[in-house]
Design a protein around this ligand. Structure first.
Ligand SMILES: *[C@@H]1O[C@H](CO)[C@@H](O)[C@H](O)[C@H]1NC(C)=O
Ligand SMILES: *[C@@H]1O[C@H](CO)[C@@H](O)[C@H](O)[C@H]1NC(C)=O
Ligand SMILES: *[C@@H]1O[C@H](CO)[C@@H](O)[C@H](O)[C@H]1NC(C)=O
Ligand SMILES: *[C@@H]1O[C@H](CO)[C@@H](O)[C@H](O)[C@H]1NC(C)=O
Ligand SMILES: *[C@@H]1O[C@H](CO)[C@@H](O)[C@H](O)[C@H]1NC(C)=O
Ligand SMILES: *[C@@H]1O[C@H](CO)[C@@H](O)[C@H](O)[C@H]1NC(C)=O
Ligand SMILES: *[C@@H]1O[C@H](CO)[C@@H](O)[C@H](O)[C@H]1NC(C)=O
Ligand SMILES: *[C@@H]1O[C@H](CO)[C@@H](O)[C@H](O)[C@H]1NC(C)=O
Ligand SMILES: *[C@@H]1O[C@H](CO)[C@@H](O)[C@H](O)[C@H]1NC(C)=O
Length: 847
């Protein structure tokens, strides 16, 4: 696609100067030239490819009528329905936001306002594929009608520019009409939306109430649109397919039929010049007045180029601390990398000053969509590249706890979203805490918030906290068909919830240990973090649907309240599950694992891989199982639980296999093309996976651990925005065909380094890691002393004959008994009915 000439020609030079002034890097390239916002704009990536600032609230783009228009614009042959101002990126569920769409006409048939087409369904217009330009802070497209649209943004304001041919097809002078529609992307608008147009100035203001895309409740959005560039002719409002210049104000219902009823306002102009008409749209969640003042202060003089340049500068400042050696590397690799990085800063969104729900001086971030997706690599990535924002995000999460009583899991458009598994905001807090993020964060309050998740059950745990806490505390697992009269949520996912709650408890213990003086807590939560073993059934086998044995024994299984085993086929809800009756999301009839299989969840013991390896029969058997998971495509890299499994070979002393697996997935499953993402980007979750994998340091989130693999570049330098120190990973014997991907030896700041992991001080202290590569696996990083931290003890290493023998089975059984004896008063057998709570499958679809 086309690149903005300004970025490719002028700005590299500017960037070079800026970099030299900071003394950070010696790069002479502009990182923005490698950002391709259209990656993931088709095939379900659902990215927002338009104009936004980092974490911006205004997100301007053309919306299409694609069935996959969650991010607004798509490159799948759909038509454009309008140009709206707010979006989410990479989400599943219903499309989010898409508020307040403009749509331009060069003129109306018969020069009559009723000669223009108002409803979204009928006005949709195709566009010229080759006209699409999507660069940081900018988006452009030409409609089939010949109207050229481009747009840029400030934090709460979009600036659109529409250019019309001076004469229409009939040779008549152009009299453009621009309409403003109250309808959102998912047609969720509720009753009594209002709009007014000022007869003298053409300013349009209004507001409407909408539904969040994967949550409960409603929210109200406000806007303020001003125009510049051509004399006003007239203006008015429209309802359905009819308009009038006599009426200036409209309040409109959702209507009981064909909802929501099309409605909005319009402005007509006389003879715009070649520079076209500018439409400046401020947005707010507080009031139309605030939307107007946002617009007036952010883009006071409708200066398109200055706004665009400021947006580019904001992006360059965020991304340029990461510089790679580009020599020898294909440009597609660079695009993949920098576009992934770019997408980590589109969502969440900074709504500070725009939160109508409570008064606070703390920052307010929204569009956590969902934390189940974000905790794994996106937030850890930002902890390296944008720690100041992570500090503000953590403060916002804690402030949300203070005012709503709970840390969020999913949250969008000021509403509570649906929790997918554990209380995984705990993991984000722990990750930031352990990596020394402190700027303005009240960590004592943060600790209170995570303990609240672990100790108190909310009445509605489908939106916050955890369910089944009585059972959790008494039995040490979430029973299938739990008896829970205290709080309500979908009574499924007992295996994946157990595993996630279990890890949440581990990270709480880590924060507690760091804060000091909480010894009892540390012991309690560390003990609870062993609960995973209570669902390990050493006798469980796994067969394919055709009856052939996978050959593996010992899997997590559901367990009833009376401590007898339930059953879920370990392959159910895996990528190879072809059973049309498998239900794997938040439905009432869903499985005991969320959007994933027992096979995949079997590896989700991020804090005690050593014990898990023993349970699986030793490192060789563990590796065999991990290979089987990937080779048989039981896992799918397009969903987040797969991320860590790519690198878990490190724990079995086989870091070479992590590197091999990383190159198996990139670029085969992550191509830098419109259709190149393997699934929803989920904010920037997929983008952050790419960025970390290609940088050669993958986090185990919630721990101060990065697993080392060779970067995809000869070297990569990351300047810490906190300390200004530059960390570098350098590959000796770098091979851009990626045959030399095996580390033979390493040095850290010149000293031999054999550990296959590194901690966050690498980044903040600006260390240098030099990796010497070869074409075959070596013994580097394979000794027990080289392995990443684990709660349990690594056993059976250095002995290739150790495999699934009876030794580990005895252990498994003993561990379970031990836990039962900790809880002598465990609830006796209670026959619980399956809860039939609210059916929100309509919302859950696609997540
Ligand atoms: C534009 O691209 C889309 C997706 O590749 C394709 O379906 C459509 O046919 C293209 N349109 C034209 C006019 O080439
Ligand atoms: C163009 O001008 C002709 C002649 O005045 C008129 O009949 C026709 O309706 C005009 N078309 C439009 C689209 O305004
Ligand atoms: C919409 O306005 C009507 C008329 O004023 C009123 O009766 C109704 O309660 C309003 N609906 C909502 C949801 O506010
Ligand atoms: C990569 O290493 C080469 C050779 O040491 C050096 O010239 C270059 O500046 C380095 N690039 C980065 C991005 O660190
Ligand atoms: C059964 O299915 C598995 C997985 O697809 C395959 O590897 C195996 O060869 C099949 N076995 C038979 C007997 O068809
Ligand atoms: C335990 O509970 C399950 C589910 O209610 C039931 O099927 C099973 O028979 C019970 N087992 C025992 C030993 O009570
Ligand atoms: C890092 O560099 C920036 C810009 O040069 C400067 O403003 C800031 O004070 C420096 N921070 C530290 C910790 O040195
Ligand atoms: C390796 O494992 C086998 C089988 O468990 C055992 O007999 C042998 O002693 C072990 N060797 C070492 C060096 O640990
Ligand atoms: C485990 O090791 C023993 C001894 O080497 C071997 O006979 C057996 O087949 C192995 N079992 C598995 C499942 O690999």
């Amino acid at each position: 696609m086309l690149l903005d000439p300004l970025s490719t020609v002028l700005l590299p030079a500017l960037f070079g100067i800026a970099a030299a002034q900071n003394g950070k890097t010696d790069s002479t390239y502009d990182v923005l030239q490698y950002v391709d916002q259209l990656i993931g704009s088709s095939n379900g990536g659902n990215v927002f490819p338009g104009a936004t600032l980092p974490y911006g609230m205004a997100k301007a783009v053309a919306d299409t009528n694609s069935g996959s228009n969650q991010g607004g614009f798509t490159t799948d042959g759909s038509s454009i329905t309008g140009f709206s101002n707010m979006h989410d990126s990479g989400t599943g569920g219903s499309p989010s936001l898409g508020l307040f769409a403009l749509f331009p006409y060069a003129g109306c048939a018969g020069d009559d306002v009723d000669g223009c087409d108002y409803p979204k369904k009928t006005r949709a217009t195709s566009y010229d594929n080759s006209s699409v330009v999507a660069t940081p802070g900018y988006f452009a497209v030409t409609l089939a009608s010949g109207i050229e649209a481009d747009m840029t943004v400030a934090q709460h304001t979009s600036l659109f520019r529409f250019k019309f041919s001076v004469t229409d097809a009939a040779g008549n002078a152009s009299s453009p009409l621009i309409l403003m529609d109250l309808t959102d992307l998912s047609d969720s608008r509720q009753d009594n939306a209002t709009v007014s147009v000022d007869a003298g100035t053409g300013r349009i203001t209004g507001n409407a109430r909408f539904l969040p895309s994967f949550g409960s409740g409603t929210y109200v959005g406000y806007f303020c649109a001003d125009f510049s560039g051509a004399p006003l002719r007239d203006n008015g409002i429209f309802v359905n397919s009819r308009a009038s210049t006599d009426i200036k104000t409209l309040t409109i219902s959702r209507s009981i039929n064909g909802y929501p009823l099309p409605g909005g306002a319009f402005v007509r102009f006389q003879n715009p010049g070649e520079d076209g008409i500018l439409a400046r749209v401020g947005v707010s969640f507080i009031s139309s007045d605030q939307a107007c003042s946002n617009a007036e202060s952010e883009i006071p003089s409708f200066d398109f180029d200055a706004t665009h340049t400021a947006a580019e500068t904001a992006w360059r400042d965020k991304i340029s601390p990461i510089v790679v050696e580009t020599t020898g590397v294909d440009v597609s690799i660079l695009k993949n990398f920098y576009s992934g990085i770019y997408r980590t800063m589109v969502n969440p969104q900074d709504y500070s000053g725009e939160n109508p729900l409570w008064q606070s001086d703390e920052p307010y971030f929204d569009s956590f969509y969902c934390i189940w997706d974000l905790f794994r690599s996106q937030m850890p990535f930002l902890t390296i590249l944008d720690p100041a924002t992570v500090a503000r995000v953590v403060r916002s999460l804690i402030d949300t706890y203070s005012h709503e009583g709970w840390l969020p899991d999913c949250r969008m458009s000021l509403c509570k979203g649906y929790t997918q598994g554990g209380s995984n905001a705990d993991n984000i807090l722990a990750d930031a805490y352990l990596k020394g993020i402190s700027d303005g964060i009240d960590w004592k309050l943060g600790y209170e918030a995570v303990v609240n998740d672990a100790e108190n059950e909310p009445y509605d745990w489908s939106s916050e906290g955890r369910g089944g806490l009585d059972s959790w505390k008494a039995l040490g697992y979430i029973p299938v068909q739990d008896f829970d009269y205290k709080g309500f949520g979908t009574m499924t996912r007992s295996v994946s919830r157990t595993l996630e709650y279990n890890y949440n408890d581990f990270v709480i213990a880590q924060i507690g240990a760091g804060l000091g003086g909480l010894e009892g807590d540390v012991e309690k939560y560390t003990a609870r973090s062993g609960n995973w073993a209570n669902l390990f059934n050493p006798d469980q086998t796994s067969y394919f649907a055709n009856g052939s044995n996978t050959g593996f024994e010992g899997f997590f299984q559901p367990k009833y309240l009376n401590r007898t085993w339930g059953f879920q086929d370990p392959l159910k809800c895996s990528n190879v599950d072809e059973n049309p009756n498998s239900v794997c999301s938040l439905q009432n009839s869903g499985a005991e694992t969320f959007e994933s299989s027992i096979w995949e969840y079997s590896f989700f013991v991020p804090h005690d891989q050593a014990s898990l390896i023993t349970y699986f029969g030793g490192p060789a058997a563990f590796v065999e199982r991990l290979n089987f998971l990937h080779d048989q495509q039981i896992t799918y890299i397009g969903n987040e639980p797969a991320f860590l499994t790519v690198f878990q070979y490190h724990y079995a002393g086989r870091p070479a296999l992590s590197a091999l697996r990383s190159h198996y997935y990139i670029p085969a499953y992550f191509a830098p093309t419109d259709a190149g993402l393997p699934g929803n980007d989920d904010s920037g979750a997929m983008g952050s996976f790419l960025a970390f994998a290609m940088m050669g340091l993958f986090p185990n989130p919630g721990q101060n651990v990065y697993l080392i693999t060779p970067p995809y570049f000869e070297n990569v330098s990351i300047t810490s925005p906190l300390t200004n120190k530059t960390a570098t990973v350098r590959n000796v014997n770098f091979d851009p065909t990626y045959k030399n991907i095996y580390i033979q030896s390493a040095t850290l700041d010149g000293v031999p380094y054999t550990k296959n992991w590194i901690d966050h001080s690498f980044f903040t202290e600006g260390k240098e890691l030099i990796l010497t590569l070869g074409s075959t696996e070596s013994t580097w990083g394979t000794a027990v002393a080289d392995l990443p931290p684990s709660l349990g003890k690594y056993e059976g290493f250095g002995n290739s004959t150790t495999n699934s023998t009876s030794a580990y089975r005895k252990r498994a059984v003993r561990f379970t008994e031990h836990h039962d004896s900790i809880f002598p008063n465990a609830i006796p057998h209670l026959g619980a009915d399956e809860k039939t709570g609210a059916n929100y499958w309509a919302h859950a679809q696609g997540r």
